[in-house]
Design a protein around this ligand. Structure first.
Ligand SMILES: [Zn+2]
Length: 451
């Protein structure tokens, strides 16, 4: 035992109150002085860790239960008859193995088993039957072992009289388990798989300028690529460097697919593609997982763990449920109902609700700024559109988007006229109204933070 660490832990356990303990009662004896007290704590914790016979327990009854338990097991074992696995069943099971999968650390793949010789057949059957007989899969059949704590490194498992390899990472149900950074290795593995799937979809026209239209391409990404890319990350919830790694690749793929240059601003690709940023995708998956745990009800194990973790852990904890709590706080989920709906009445005229139309066209307080510009917009707009557009048009729509009524049938002349005459007016109107509103409401400008 690492005695230094042990005393450190005891000291930590006593925390800041260590000054206030000057006498400690352990069992029968009372102890004084720092060293004695530390020794006392040691005895106390050592006793806690030991298995002991409870004093106030009915020992006879305890033994009776133990005996009954053994008997039930024996009856079950006697009644259980193992049915030998037949060769046909074995063949069928092998046939169902997934092919083209990566090999394990010994280089054994499913294909190795599919193209085995007759000799291996009987041996494998023997192994299978031997492990079915006692209804137990021996540790010897597990192939690798990872150690999370280096202190247990000397504890080895053996397979076929050889020590089982101790690895730093291994995969379990598709999630990489790593002694140092599980999220990092899972992301690297996922990215590798996602890239492969992306290439495999090349011939369907996912890449290239004359391939699929952007809408189909994005839906292909969402169906085939992103589920692989984000597999298992709702469990690991990557942060920092790892999150950056996956976001970078995610953005790169989207830009590639919708044929945008690499230096396009990030928000633009999300607006164009309608996709969520990588972090949000992971959070959404995590919330869905939490939702299913919650809906499973209080009888399920996961629900009980959730209740325990949320009840006991502090906000600084590394628990997954605490991370979920942070996500809840981030998106203000749960707090939505408590919020008072803000008053929408226009703060300048206090007459109507401050909608876009009210702000652009109606509010009296802004009339002096609005009037000259809007007259000009109407006169130029009617001049431009009267010749080209035969439907009626809405002035607020034109202010917000002067190109709204342009179709492919309109001449290029119309578009260039809008460019030079109408659009600058609309832009200046919006800006001036906004500036005036700020002035009237005496809103101080927030400093812009450019990241
Ligand atoms: Zn108003």
């Amino acid at each position: 035992m690492d005695s230094k660490l042990f005393y450190q832990l005891i000291k930590k356990q006593r925390g800041k109150l260590n000054r206030f303990i000057d006498e400690l009662q352990v069992g029968e004896s009372s102890l004084k002085g720092d060293n004695n007290i530390l020794e006392g704590w040691k005895t106390h914790f050592a006793n806690l860790a030991k298995e002991s016979d409870p004093m106030n327990f009915d020992q006879d009854y305890f033994e009776l239960v133990d005996y009954e338990y053994l008997q039930i097991i024996q009856i079950c074992l006697a009644a259980y008859k193992h049915e030998e696995v037949t060769t046909a069943e074995f063949e069928k099971a092998l046939h169902n193995l997934n092919r083209n999968k990566s090999a394990d650390i010994f280089g054994i793949t499913a294909e190795c088993l599919l193209f085995r010789g007759e000799k291996l057949d009987s041996t494998l059957l023997q192994v299978i039957n031997a492990s079915f007989q006692p209804c137990y899969i021996s540790n010897n059949l597990k192939t690798v072992k990872t150690n999370n704590k280096e202190t247990f490194a000397e504890d080895t498992w053996s397979m076929n009289n050889k020590a089982m390899p101790i690895v730093t990472k291994t995969s379990h149900i598709g999630i990489q388990r790593n002694t140092t950074d599980s999220a990092g290795s899972t992301i690297k593995e996922n990215l590798k798989k996602a890239r492969r799937s992306l290439y495999s979809l090349m011939h369907t026209g996912l890449h290239g300028e004359n391939g699929l239209d952007p809408l189909s391409a994005i839906s292909m990404l969402q169906t085939f690529i992103f589920p692989i890319m984000f597999y298992g990350l709702e469990i690991l919830l990557p942060t920092g460097k790892n999150l950056e790694l996956i976001s970078k690749q995610y953005k790169r793929i989207i830009k590639q697919i919708i044929s945008l240059p690499v230096n396009v601003a990030d928000p633009a690709i999300y607006v164009i593609s309608g996709l969520l940023p990588a972090e949000a995708v992971i959070h959404k998956k995590a919330l869905i997982l939490f939702g299913s745990i919650w809906r499973a009800g209080y009888t399920s194990t996961e629900w009980k763990i959730a209740e325990r973790q949320l009840g006991f852990k502090c906000i600084k904890s590394n628990s997954w449920f605490i991370a979920i709590k942070a996500i809840f706080l981030k998106y203000e989920i749960g707090a939505v109902c408590n919020k008072i709906t803000p008053d929408g009445t226009c703060l300048m005229c206090k007459k109507n609700e401050e909608t876009m139309n009210h702000f652009l066209l109606i509010c009296e307080e802004l009339q002096c700024i609005r009037k000259p510009l809007i007259l000009e917009i109407i006169s130029i707009g009617s001049m431009l559109f009267a010749r080209q557009v035969d439907s009626t048009f809405d002035i607020s729509t034109i202010i917000v988007n002067p190109y709204f009524y342009c179709t492919q049938l309109n001449s290029e002349a119309l578009i260039s006229d809008i460019d030079t005459k109408l659009e600058p007016l609309c832009r200046s109107l919006c800006y001036k109204l906004h500036a005036r509103r700020y002035q009237l409401l005496d809103l101080t400008k927030k400093p812009r933070i450019i990241k």
